[in-house]
Design a protein around this ligand. Structure first.
Ligand SMILES: Cc1ncc(COP(=O)(O)O)c(C=O)c1O
Length: 424
């Protein structure tokens, strides 16, 4: 089959007419499908339902001398800190357990940089005229929202197949106004990129002009393989320490996509010096997070190995869904040469690049036919995708039949938008 660009004009016109007819037929079905947010499906939530009815005997609530029902132990239940330390390969002393959302911890760290400054800040960021933050893109929209909330200038850096464009990053950090960078090092949202060892080493060895440069290492998908074995990841705290930058990094993780996004456990990890500094500031806002939920998680998993076992159950649910997305794109779109996409083995998304100038149109066509997708541009700072190409597909939430239908709509929309463009 010729690609759209190899077709004669009459062939392109014929395909356009045929696709338009298919689109109108789909529209008549009155679909209501959602491929927008990366939420676990109901079948995934059910994998942790044992926690709903978990009985904790009063004799068990005191662990390592800490009473989980009472106030106290700001940094979290020691057993839960050990669990995350094992999972992330960091030291126990470097782990702080939060509430159900790692996003809140990320927000908090940046908020504290503004209100109080970080450990090595000459001045709190709120006093500065100009704070810039490096945002590899495509990236996670909520990271960008945090930057916007605090009025930081976002600098877009291309996310390449092995991580952020480090030549650009190394230049940018020479500017003292550049105060930090977002990183999702494993199965990035949405591209599913895994940073290479070389990129991670270059990041750890950065020599930023700002003494309080903040590496926001969001390891949201650290154990989230759905295809193939678990891939070990670099301990970034260790790497930064070895590079002489021990206080540059904060790492984040959570069980949102392991147990329940609505009732999980999150953590941040940082150097002991950063921890001592942060602990003092955090102490002003909360006495302790939900230690009973921490205890439930410890009981549910037993160990880091228990988490890995549990993730295999998620993989069994997710793999068929990603297969539907990837197989449909492969059969419907690949032969036409009008889009490309990443083929991740973990994480929560498939990142699709349409022909230039088509993503918004594809999104609108999908919406008109009853399929909700994440907004075009959402994966870029200021919602501005310079080439209007990127769309994020989130396969996890809809059941397989709905997903298959939504993918049909998406593929027809990709074809229509491309042919409209080609035919002018
Ligand atoms: C990269 C990334 N970080 C963080 C989150 C949210 O994590 P949490 O539920 O722990 O706040 C998400 C959710 O989609 C994500 O994709």
């Amino acid at each position: 089959m010729p690609t759209v660009f190899e077709m004669t004009r009459p062939e392109q016109e014929a395909l356009f007419e045929e696709t338009k007819k298919q689109y109108e037929e789909l529209k008549r079905l009155g679909l209501k499908l959602d491929m927008s947010r990366g939420k676990p499906g109901l079948d995934q939530l059910a994998l942790s339902d044992e926690m709903l009815n978990m009985y904790i005997d009063p004799s068990e609530t005191k662990v390592d001398g800490v009473e989980a029902r009472n106030y106290g132990e700001l940094m979290g239940l020691p057993a839960c800190r050990r669990l995350f330390a094992d999972l992330l390969g960091v030291r126990y002393e470097q782990v702080f357990i939060g509430g159900s959302a790692s996003l809140e911890l990320m927000y908090n760290v940046i908020a504290k940089a503004h209100t109080h400054g970080l450990l090595h800040s000459p001045e709190k960021w709120a006093k500065l005229d100009h704070v810039k933050f490096i945002c590899p893109a495509p990236g996670y929209d909520r990271h960008f929202t945090i930057c916007e909330t605090f009025g930081m200038e976002m600098i877009t850096v291309p996310l390449l197949d092995d991580g952020p464009d480090m030549d650009m990053v190394e230049e940018l950090v020479k500017d003292p106004c550049v105060k930090g960078m977002w990183c999702v090092p494993k199965y990035s949202n949405p591209d599913g990129v895994i940073y290479s060892g070389e990129v991670i080493s270059r990041i750890a060895n950065l020599k930023p002009a700002a003494p309080d440069f903040l590496l926001m290492w969001d390891n949201a998908y650290c154990v989230h393989e759905f295809d193939g074995p678990f891939l070990p990841f670099v301990n970034i705290l260790d790497a930064c320490e070895k590079a002489g930058n021990p206080d540059m990094v904060f790492e984040f993780a959570s069980t949102s996509k392991i147990t329940f996004p609505g009732a999980g456990v999150s953590c941040f990890c940082c150097s002991e010096a950063n921890m001592a500094y942060m602990k003092k500031l955090w102490n002003a806002q909360i006495i302790s997070y939900d230690k009973l939920n921490q205890l439930r998680h410890v009981k549910f998993f037993g160990s880091a190995a228990g988490v890995h076992e549990h993730m295999k159950k998620h993989a069994a649910v997710l793999k068929p869904k990603f297969d539907i997305v990837l197989d449909t794109l492969e059969s419907e779109i690949a032969p036409l040469g009008i889009a490309d996409w990443h083929k991740p083995k973990g994480g929560y998304f498939v990142s699709l690049n349409t022909m230039e100038g088509c993503a918004k149109r594809v999104h609108a066509l999908c919406k008109e036919a009853g399929v909700v997708m994440t907004g075009a541009g959402a994966t870029f700072p200021y919602k501005c995708d310079p080439k209007d190409r990127n769309l994020r597909i989130a396969p996890s939430f809809p059941p397989c039949e709905e997903l298959a239908q939504a993918m049909q709509v998406l593929c027809i929309a990709i074809k229509l938008a491309a042919l409209e463009k080609v035919l002018g």
